[in-house]
Ligand binder design. Structure first.
Ligand SMILES: [Zn+2]
Length: 251
């Protein structure tokens, strides 16, 4: 029986929910003391909040989540949401009332996850979704250690517009990714707010840019970086994706 594919966009209104199911590393999902016998590293995920109700209504056996990229667990996904296709395995029902499913998901995900625009999809769209590389826009709250005046800050930000940076695989992901250098573009950035010891940036980057490393520099593994350019160590206090920019040729 072929799977059922449904397209939508999700907004993640809280931090600390992963995009996909995350089995416990110790027991690999069987259940142990570390995971309080849930078999999971995190209680829930975007995949489960979206997929469980659809699977139940379709009377399927399992679900797979195909996102157009993903945000860090501790980042919110706001704005117009992130496109995804959910795949339901072995559905007994294929004609679903997607409008009422959307309401059902949004009630159970209230204040955590919202879905928008559910519609039928296809395996072909899964392929496009997984290979698309949209630019993303972030709101980033940066903590700065040292004194930086607004004029200097604006000058540095201006200098990063449409520049390419080189990022060696970050230390925080080096246990699961090959160590290599990649070039990424900082498309646009501007200062939204400046406070004492912190400022807020709106930053648009090419897909695959490591934003936290662009800010703190990752011990020189990302160059150029904001800390170095400002001459003051910076770090990301919080980060939200506010737009996954549509690449209309992929729709
Ligand atoms: Zn466990």
């Amino acid at each position: 029986m072929s799977p059922l594919f449904i397209y939508g966009r999700y907004r993640k209104l809280v931090r600390d929910i992963p995009q996909t199911r995350w089995p416990c590393r110790t027991c690999m999902g069987k259940g142990c003391e570390r995971c309080s016998f849930t078999g999971k590293m995190y209680q829930t995920s975007v995949q489960e909040i979206v997929g469980d109700p659809i699977q139940a209504v379709a009377e399927g056996t399992d679900h797979f989540f195909h996102g157009r990229g993903r945000e860090d667990i501790d980042a919110r996904m706001l704005g117009n949401g992130r496109p995804f296709v959910i795949e339901i395995r072995e559905p007994k029902k294929r004609n679903l009332d997607l409008g009422s499913l959307e309401n059902l998901i949004n009630e159970s995900g209230k204040d955590r996850i919202e879905v928008i625009g559910l519609r039928p999809s296809s395996r072909e769209e899964v392929r496009k979704t997984k290979t698309a590389s949209p630019n993303k826009t972030y709101r980033v709250v940066v903590t700065v250690h040292g004194i930086v005046d607004e004029a200097k800050l604006n000058e540095v930000l201006q200098s990063f517009k449409r520049t390419r940076i080189t990022q060696q695989t970050p230390v925080r992901v080096s246990h699961r990714r090959a160590d290599l250098a990649r070039e990424r573009e900082i498309v646009d950035l501007h200062l939204e707010e400046i406070g004492e010891g912190s400022f807020t940036l709106v930053l648009r980057t090419e897909a695959g840019t490591y934003v936290k490393e662009f800010v703190h520099g990752d011990n020189g593994r990302t160059r150029p970086n904001l800390s170095e350019a400002l001459g003051a160590p910076c770090e990301v206090r919080s980060l939200d994706v506010i737009e996954v920019n549509d690449d209309t040729s992929e729709e």
